[in-house]
Design a protein around this ligand. Structure first.
Ligand code: GLA
Length: 694
């Protein structure tokens, strides 16, 4: 493995006087500082009191042991692993660094983080990345995931050329603009073959991923807290820990990386009683009623939801304070007696009589200027003293860097959840941070990170107080969709966009790094409220079934056929819930991008469900071929199209993977036909695959 270097070249800088061939710029390094001849992006940047930025960290010791410790104040992976710790000392700054490597061999993942401790001199940290990985070659391409509200997780692929590529967030959250998950592909890598690296970060604040190809054809990868607006002072002897990064490699292409990441998230990120428990089918009040909710309406909705087979009814925004629109009451977490005269407890009682589990929406990190909380504590909201803070959705952000604010939120929300029989909490966070200026001046130089730590403090305290309650993270959909959230909350509402056509792309993007068991996915009414698009109910369900199913429409106003269809959908989802939520999911490949498909396979590979989605019907085209990878090659399976008169075939796993099933389609205009699939615009079909008894 060791690369011998023969000489330094030209104007490179020799690290050591004894060995003039030892030039750091030529090497693959595990850790890089500043000022000793490695001219690439460093893992650590600091200054001493005298302004000196040079560091010269050298390995002093290492130890290997089983298990891992928690990272103070931050979430991190759990479960069986082996750890390597390397301790590095720097005679220049007096600081020391510990590099942690945790090996999770069950899913081919190594997690890494770094701890920096000041020695006898105080320091200011400017950049503390969670990992550095130097690949010996270049020619890779990088896929990162970008977007905006309602358009999350869109992949962008670039070829890495000499120079630097950076993907990051500066919003104070992991953000819908740039997710911390990314992949680096070796030349020729495809969906199912070729070397592919995958990376993620267990962090919910500003993050940064850097890829640099240097003059000598090495590729450096770094990820961690964004250095943007980050200056962290370390007093003598004080320690700073970075968040944990997640690294994997697979020779089986992007699908191999996804598989490792999915396994890792299910086994080592999500925890608690809901880790492996099938999540309830829910109905949510938001797109049904928005702010116009009332006790009578909610009870009627919950009864109708029960009749459809749903297991949980979520009272979304609008139940508290005087909140009739988004201009008031965030912070006043007390039910509105006009809307809910029996109070939350009384409402929960009525739900219990149905019986229907009750869920509740909260947004604990926020405050409206028009709220009792703001009137009492205006200084708790982020603002630069003497100026008007910038608003987002008419609301301000509470200063979670301050203990008293966090303590108040914890006490208030714990009292709220404990006050009624609440089974589920949707934890929203609807704006990006601005005016990041704390009343505590000492918090300002690394405010974004302190905010994130404050969030972790309240999230942990509140979720740990209610171990049986199911928490779902949400941030205007997927503005904070990351592994940090998933350590405290087992699922996230990944997008506010409930249009099935858009969701196919969003769920596909998210699926590269995250399993179906963490993605909330709802069926809503048509025309869709975000896009105005009309898609078949069957498609809306088929797409949402590849996530944690919910309905977000007025279930008291369904037509007869719709009710029957939804009742059947929910029954189907409950029957296959374990498989759909916790199975191994993969993307299917087609010869043209008019189609998208997914398959989710049981862990014993005896059963699977696949989805075929068609963007639009094109006449006179060959029918699609449904290739189903990931089944046992020698095993015989029966594949059944779940549609009236659906096609059926019996074939071995290898034939299904490579030759595939030829689908017999018929034009939507031609009506129905025996064994023929009618697939209109935005049409979808589901396939059930099971070990054949024939
Ligand atoms: C955000 C969420 C929605 C809904 C609204 C309520 O936008 O993502 O699902 O809860 O807030 O205001």
């Amino acid at each position: 493995l060791w690369e011998h270097h023969a000489q330094g070249f030209g104007n490179t800088v020799a690290y050591s006087q004894q060995d003039t061939t030892l030039c750091m710029d030529l090497l693959c390094m595990e850790f890089s500082g500043v000022g000793k001849g490695d001219f690439r992006e460093p893992m650590l940047e600091l200054t001493q009191e005298n302004g000196c930025v040079v560091t010269d960290f050298r390995c002093r010791a290492h130890r290997v042991y089983a298990g891992k410790a928690e990272i103070p104040g931050m979430p991190s992976a759990h479960g069986d692993c082996d750890t390597l710790e390397m301790t590095l000392d720097d005679p220049v700054s007096g600081a020391s660094v510990i590099l942690f490597y945790h090996v999770f061999s069950d899913c081919d993942i190594i997690t890494r983080h770094m701890a920096v401790t000041a020695g006898e001199k105080p320091l200011v940290l400017h950049r503390t990345m969670s990992f550095q990985l130097d690949l010996p070659e270049s020619g890779y391409s990088l896929t990162s995931f970008h977007g905006a509200w309602a358009r999350e997780m869109q992949p962008a692929n670039i070829r890495l050329v000499p120079g630097r590529y950076q993907s990051d967030s500066k919003t104070g959250t992991s953000s819908n603009q740039s997710n911390p998950f990314f992949m680096v592909e070796t030349p020729g890598c495809t969906e199912a073959q070729g070397g592919c690296y995958g990376f993620n970060l267990v962090y919910s604040g500003n993050h940064c991923e850097i890829a640099e190809v240097n003059a000598f054809g090495r590729t450096r990868l770094l990820s961690g807290i964004s250095p943007f607006c980050f200056q962290h002072s370390l007093a003598v002897g004080e320690r700073f820990d970075t968040p944990e990064a997640v690294l994997t490699y697979s020779p089986a292409g992007r699908a191999g990386v996804s598989r490792n990441m999915h396994h890792f998230v299910r086994e080592h990120i999500v925890r608690g009683v809901w880790q492996y428990r099938r999540r309830p089918v829910l109905v949510n009040s938001w797109e049904a009623s928005y702010f116009d909710i009332s006790e009578d309406k909610l009870v009627a909705q919950a009864k109708a939801a029960k009749a459809l087979g749903a297991e949980l009814y979520v009272v979304d925004d609008g139940w508290f304070g005087r909140r009739d629109d988004d201009t008031s009451s965030l912070g006043d977490w007390v039910e509105n007696p006009k809307k809910i005269p029996s109070g939350l407890q009384g409402l929960a009682q009525k739900f219990a009589e149905i019986p229907m589990a009750m869920g509740l929406w909260i947004e604990p990190e926020m405050v409206n200027p028009d709220s009792d909380l703001y009137r009492k504590h205006p200084d708790w909201a982020l603002a630069v003293s003497g100026t008007h803070p910038s608003m987002g959705r008419n609301q301000l952000v509470l200063d979670l860097s301050r203990d008293e604010v966090c303590d108040y939120i914890i006490a208030r929300i714990v009292a709220l959840i404990g006050s009624a029989g609440i089974a589920y909490v949707k934890w929203d966070m609807n704006r990006c941070l601005s005016d990041i200026c704390s009343g505590e001046e000492s918090h300002n130089s690394d405010f974004y990170h302190r905010y994130t730590l404050g969030y972790y403090k309240i999230a942990k305290a509140i979720t740990c107080s209610f171990p049986k309650v199911l928490f779902e993270g949400c941030s205007g959909g997927g503005n904070r969709f990351d592994l940090g959230i998933l350590c405290d909350m087992p699922q996230i509402w990944i997008t506010d966009n409930t249009d099935a056509h858009c969701r196919v792309a969003i769920q596909t993007g998210a699926g590269y790094g995250y399993p179906q068991s963490v993605m909330g996915a709802h069926v809503s009414a048509c025309p869709n409220h975000q896009t105005g698009r009309v898609t078949p109910l069957a498609t809306r369900f088929a797409v949402a079934a590849f996530g944690l199913l919910g309905y977000e429409l007025d279930v008291t106003k369904l037509g007869g056929e719709e009710s029957v269809a939804i009742r059947e959908q929910i029954a189907f989802y409950k029957e296959y819930g374990e498989l759909l939520q916790f199975g191994n999911s993969r993307r299917l490949e087609f010869s043209n991008d008019n189609y998208t498909g997914w398959i989710v396979i049981s862990h014993d590979q005896k059963e699977a469900i696949a989805l075929l989605y068609q963007r639009c019907y094109l006449p006179n085209q060959p029918s699609p071929i449904l290739r189903l990878p990931g089944l046992l090659p020698e095993q015989r399976y029966t594949v059944r199209e779940l549609a009236p008169n659906g096609q059926q075939c019996v074939a071995n796993g290898d034939l299904l993977a490579y030759a595939g099933m030829r689908l017999n389609r018929i034009a939507p205009a031609a009506g129905q036909g025996e064994g023929l699939l009618v697939l209109p615009d935005f049409g979808a079909a589901l396939y059930h695959i099971q070990v054949s008894r024939e």
